[in-house]
Design a protein around this ligand. Structure first.
Ligand SMILES: C[S@@+](CC[C@H](N)C(=O)[O-])C[C@H]1O[C@@H](n2cnc3c(N)ncnc32)[C@H](O)[C@@H]1O
Length: 314
């Protein structure tokens, strides 16, 4: 288990360095969405509890905040962050694809607000045990939930070259996918690829580009790592399940808000919201996605690719 120490309100020390997680588009979300004091909110991606803390503060003792996260460590961190809220806080280590059954298990039929802030938190990116970052040499894992059987290393070492190229192309949209897969297949003949550093080096060699030199340049391995993370955690399928359940369990006049970080996620959200709008189920609060302004991006680099869509149940 990683060593976690709380170094301040939004700041956590994970295995050494201090990591801050700033909730993305938090100001916009709290401006757009007001909960009744006795409201029920489900934060489908509780993470470090940043967004939940802001909304939770607006709930009274009759209010309920249900937080889900596929990552057990995240649930533990959020517990700490949310411990002083006046409302009832229920935190559950589970995938958000099970949102409906988890809400119903609490004896709650419908909720006022569902928030999903997708992807990973800054703390998780810096947690070497999660094996998500190419900037640290760590075991090639990438599972949000350690109960999953397949790691990124399993996929990299056991998937045939063509299927691997397809995966990197489909989930990473990397035009160098065939070359990357060829280099991986070649390399794993001599030894298994088991660390993030090994994989990042192979991708850099395949693309003929050095690793990240400047903070502003995107690292050549970014897309391959994204593809693997999506595959390991079955991210797109789980998001689709969440979106389908959300339209059932949000109350009339209640809200669903999704913050996504790449076009594959955003497309699913956009299509689901549009379809529900056509069916008279949703009213779109955001016709176009809301993106963070320059100031927010300057303060929080993770925000740079964020897109927020909000719908209201009719
Ligand atoms: C960007 S962070 C959320 C940060 C949070 N909004 C905050 O302000 O602290 C995303 C979280 O979603 C979790 N997650 C990703 N996919 C999930 C899924 N399918 N089910 C449940 N949790 C998921 C990750 O483990 C991570 O903790």
């Amino acid at each position: 288990m990683s060593e976690i120490r709380y170094a301040g309100r939004n700041t956590i020390e994970v295995n050494g360095p201090i990591v801050e997680h700033i909730p993305v588009l938090a100001g916009t979300l709290t401006e757009q969405i007001t909960l009744p004091p006795d409201g029920v909110m489900v934060d489908a991606t509780i993470g470090q509890g940043g967004h939940s803390y802001l909304f939770g503060k607006t709930l009274g003792p009759e209010g309920v905040l249900i937080g889900l996260d596929a990552n057990k460590e995240a649930v533990r961190r959020a517990q700490f962050k949310l411990k002083d809220l006046a409302c009832k806080v229920i935190l559950i280590h589970c995938n958000f694809s099970h949102i409906a059954e988890q809400v119903h298990k609490q004896g709650i039929e419908k909720v006022d607000f569902i928030l999903a802030d997708l992807g990973v938190s800054s703390v998780q990116l810096s947690d070497v045990e999660m094996g998500l970052s190419f900037l640290e040499d760590a075991p090639l894992d990438m599972r949000f939930d350690k109960r999953l059987k397949t790691t990124a290393a399993d996929i990299i070492n056991n998937t045939d070259e063509k299927a691997l190229a397809d995966l990197i192309y489909k989930f990473g949209q990397d035009r160098g996918s065939r070359r990357i897969a060829r280099f991986i297949a070649q390399q794993r003949k001599s030894e298994p690829i088991t660390t993030t550093g090994q994989l990042a080096n192979i991708v850099c060699r395949a693309l003929g580009r050095p690793g990240r030199k400047r903070r502003t340049r995107i690292h050549p391995a970014t897309r391959t790592f994204q593809a693997l993370r999506i595959a390991v955690n079955n991210e797109l399928e789980n998001l689709e399940k969440l979106l389908v359940s959300a339209s059932d369990i949000v109350k009339r006049n209640g809200y669903i808000a999704v913050v996504s970080f790449h076009s594959l996620e955003d497309r699913l959200v956009k299509n689901n919201f549009k379809q529900n709008e056509k069916g008279g189920i949703y009213r779109l609060i955001t016709k176009k996605p809301i993106v963070p302004g320059r100031d927010e991006i300057a303060e929080n680099r993770r925000a740079r690719s964020a897109k927020l869509r909000i719908a209201q149940k009719q």
